[in-house]
Write a protein that binds this ligand. Structure first.
Ligand code: SF4
Ligand code: SF4
Length: 371
């Protein structure tokens, strides 16, 4: 293994979805389609896994299936996908499959399939029913909370430990207390939260569901205080663990906290390669197509070089920041998408700095830690 890749992201049906979450398609050129326009072919899957081996950093690869709603690709697709992956991999390296899903399509057969194929699901639920159903709805506006929760529980009952991702938008940003109470009531062992930004609307100062920097900061600090005051280390909040670990030298998991882009590669349903799935709506960042050139060549196209140089320029911009080694310089995609320039400010910069300062005060005040 002589490469640098550790994670592959694949959108098997691109942005097609059986739901129409208001922050997702709001102001976006994408429209949800309940019947996939296109499903990635098994031939494409085979080519990707056949060629990626020599480009890996170690003998293991994490693959994240997401979308849109990746379950729209269907049960047979995942059976065939795993068979093709095993044929292509042929024992050369280990593959761990994960999936980010809204959970509404999960039935007993899907639950079994996740177990049989060793696909680790994470369910998106935005807090208690009244907060979740205000924004995460079907195309006809019908609520989805009960179905998403039912999926989470069914997976748990099968012995699967699902992830939980809570998007923080205008709908629930003022409700950290309600979200925390819900976490305790439902006895979720771990979760993470994602601060909503609507890139296309942000550029015109017209966000509807996306957060301002002040809102994101206030929410993050308040939720941290609730978590910290509760004092149960067995409830794991990934963002807080990463923020703490970054100060004590532990392993940080989220890409944007560790300048992790270089380890990622993403494919859309047509086999187009991007630096990360977040760029799929930005065709100028497409590095090539797996059916037109080798993966090795894709990573060396002029576009790939441009992206790498851009990411490095964004990281260099943070050179004077005392939190750089903790922060990892943030997410390059958001720098590019919001400002049209890689070396521009990171939208969650102030939130991160405030969180680092706050954690230092709350946790490390008795033990000096160098930044
Ligand atoms: S662009 Fe952002 S989300 Fe994508 S790999 Fe890089 S840091 Fe992670
Ligand atoms: S806190 Fe802000 S300035 Fe500092 S490294 Fe992160 S993004 Fe860059």
């Amino acid at each position: 293994m002589a490469g640098q890749l550790t994670k592959l992201l694949i959108t098997p049906v691109d942005m097609d979805c059986n739901m129409a979450c208001k922050y997702c398609y709001n102001g976006s050129s994408w429209q949800p389609r309940t019947t996939p326009d296109r499903v990635i072919s098994i031939d494409t899957i085979y080519k990707i896994f056949d060629e990626i081996g020599p480009l890996l950093k170690s003998e293991s690869l994490v693959v994240v299936w997401h979308g849109g709603e990746p379950m729209l690709a269907g049960k047979d697709f995942y059976r065939e996908m795993v068979a093709a992956q095993r044929r292509a991999t042929n024992g050369r390296y280990k593959v761990s499959h994960c999936m980010q899903t809204n959970g509404t399509l999960v039935d007993a057969e899907w639950v079994e399939l996740f177990g049989q194929l060793y696909i680790g699901p994470s369910v998106s639920i935005d807090g208690p029913a009244h907060l979740h159903d205000a924004v995460r709805v079907f195309l006809d506006g019908a609520p989805t909370y009960d179905l998403s929760m039912r999926a989470y529980r069914a997976l748990q009952e099968r012995g699967i430990d699902p992830g939980l991702l809570v998007v923080i938008s205008q709908t629930n940003v003022k409700s950290p207390g309600a979200i925390w109470e819900w976490v305790l009531e439902q006895q979720f062992p771990h979760f993470d939260f994602l601060l909503c930004i609507e890139p296309e609307l942000w550029r015109e100062s017209k966000q509807v569901f996306g957060l301002s920097s002040d809102e994101a900061t206030e929410f993050s600090i308040r939720l941290f205080d609730l978590w910290f005051a509760h004092g149960d280390p067995d409830i794991r909040v990934r963002t807080f663990r990463d923020a703490i670990k970054s100060q004590i030298g532990g392993h940080v998991s989220v890409c944007s906290w560790k300048a992790g882009c270089a380890e990622h590669l993403s494919f859309d349903a047509s086999g187009n390669a991007f630096p990360c799935s977040r760029y799929h709506c930005y065709p100028e960042t497409c590095m090539g197509n797996i059916h037109a050139m080798s993966l090795q060549d894709i990573l060396h196209t002029p576009t790939a070089q441009w992206v790498v140089q851009g990411i490095q320029a964004g990281q260099a911009r943070c050179d004077g920041c005392k939190w750089k080694k903790n922060c990892g310089s943030g997410c390059p995609f958001l720098k590019y998408a919001l400002n049209g320039a890689w070396d521009s400010p990171y939208v969650h910069c102030r939130t991160r700095q405030a969180l680092f300062e706050h954690i230092r005060e709350r946790i490390f005040q008795a033990v000096p830690v160098s930044a």
